[in-house]
Ligand binder design. Structure first.
Ligand SMILES: Cc1ncc(COP(=O)(O)O)c(C=O)c1O
Length: 403
């Protein structure tokens, strides 16, 4: 459907949604979910997905994950509330993150959710909460931090070689009504090499301690599907789901056969990256000392992609197009480097629509209320374009200010 948007359809959508909007393909999201799940489960059957809400928390997407039997990976009370309102059972919600409100954590643990502990202070606070509720059983995980050879020192979780890790696990294990059910890790690195290293780190930890949890959660960091034009702009190879599945899950199959802990991954970008496009409209074209700039109703802030040119499609809307060379497509903000696409060469006219692809991850959730409220979102998976988020308004941005 995405590539089939015609001039006539865009003219029709303009009547309803204006000159800039996000286009969601929730059918593609569903397909990505099922493909990724199958790829991992084909290697290690005890596998499930915990969708990373922060990557793109459009409620429709959260609902699809829930319907398909996945978990919700949340990192704030706001996201927890969303999971609950989506109808996710607390037992299928995993709460990660470095800062969590203790009272909300206590309530969540009482409801049967799992919390991954990120610091010694958090372990202490949860122990106290468990002691206040001796009749309840708290399900806990611990975020494990070890070297995966990516040359970085992550700030998250507890160093598995350090004293705090030992103390935090002792705090949990010495609490009769607290159960350590999950070993978790995540590293901000999507390259394939990091995945066997994650698996190895956790398996070594299990072997060293003799502790086998219910679940091992290897986190997110899987590249989504993308066209060649985008792949070429990365310095690393872009692996397929099946490559990640082999890299991450084969070590578990080798170590446990089919009956080890349940393996989880927390993909965000891998599922949603290619499921959204942003449509913007060319408002002016100018030449400044030999360089062409088109200014659009759309911004780099809408797609949060930087350092790469997204895949684009220009749809002539009837204006007389000219051929341009090395034209920059710039955004509506006053930021000098608000450039959505650098050095475009091809036909363009004022009034043309430009579709920016692969902008499903960290886009709507990262858009600041800077200069303009955000554009609406429509889902075009069905026969009709369906509004799933209204255009934000002045009120949406300013109702919390005291005038
Ligand atoms: C703990 C955790 N899980 C999952 C993700 C999702 O990562 P990605 O979008 O790369 O899959 C992140 C991203 O920062 C994360 O911090």
């Amino acid at each position: 459907m995405f590539t089939d948007l015609t001039k006539e359809m865009i003219a029709g959508l303009k009547e309803r949604f204006g000159e800039a909007y996000y286009i969601l393909d929730s059918r593609q999201f569903r397909q990505n979910y099922l493909e990724l799940k199958d790829a991992f489960a084909g290697v290690y059957p005890r596998f499930n997905i915990a969708y990373s809400y922060k990557t793109n928390y459009i409620p429709r997407l959260c609902g699809i994950v829930n319907e398909l039997g996945g978990f919700a990976e949340v990192v704030s009370e706001m996201e927890l509330e969303l999971a609950l309102r989506t109808g996710v059972e607390p037992g299928r919600i995993i709460w990660n993150g470095p800062v969590k409100a203790p009272l909300a954590v206590e309530k969540f643990l009482l409801s049967g959710g799992t919390v991954n502990i990120d610091s010694l202070e958090e372990a202490q606070s949860i122990k106290e909460a468990a002691q206040r509720n001796p009749g309840a059983t708290f399900r806990l995980g611990i975020r494990c931090n070890f070297d995966i050879g990516d040359g970085k020192v992550s700030r998250f979780g507890l160093d598995t070689e350090g004293d705090d890790f030992k103390k935090a696990t002792e705090l949990i294990l010495s609490t009769p009504n607290a159960r350590l059910v999950n070993l978790h890790c995540h590293f901000a690195c999507r390259s394939l090499e990091g995945w066997p290293a994650r698996a190895k780190g956790i398996i070594e930890l299990m072997d060293k301690t003799g502790f086998i949890p219910e679940t091992v959660d290897l986190g997110g960091g899987i590249f989504g599907k993308m066209p060649e034009s985008l792949k070429e702009q990365f310095s690393v190879n872009i692996p397929a789901y099946a490559d990640y599945a082999r890299a991450a899950a084969a070590p578990f199959r080798e170590r446990f056969g089919g009956s080890g802990p349940c393996l989880l991954a927390e993909p965000g970008s891998a599922l949603v990256g290619d499921c959204m496009k942003l449509l913007g409209t060319v408002k002016s074209i100018k030449n400044i000392r030999g360089k062409y700039f088109a200014t659009l109703l759309a911004s780099q802030k809408n797609i949060s992609m930087s350092g790469v040119n997204p895949p684009i499609e220009v749809i002539g809307m009837g204006g007389v197009q000219q051929e341009y060379k090395d034209l920059d497509m710039a955004g509506y903000t006053c930021i000098e480097n608000d450039i959505l696409y650098k050095n475009y060469s091809g036909p363009l006219a004022v009034g043309d629509a430009v579709l920016f692809g692969n902008c499903g991850s960290y886009s709507v959730v990262m858009k600041p209320p800077f200069i303009l409220p955000n554009f609406p979102i429509i889902d075009i998976s069905g026969a009709e374009a369906e509004l799933i988020k209204e255009a934000e308004t002045f009120e949406d941005i300013f109702h919390t200010f005291i005038f």
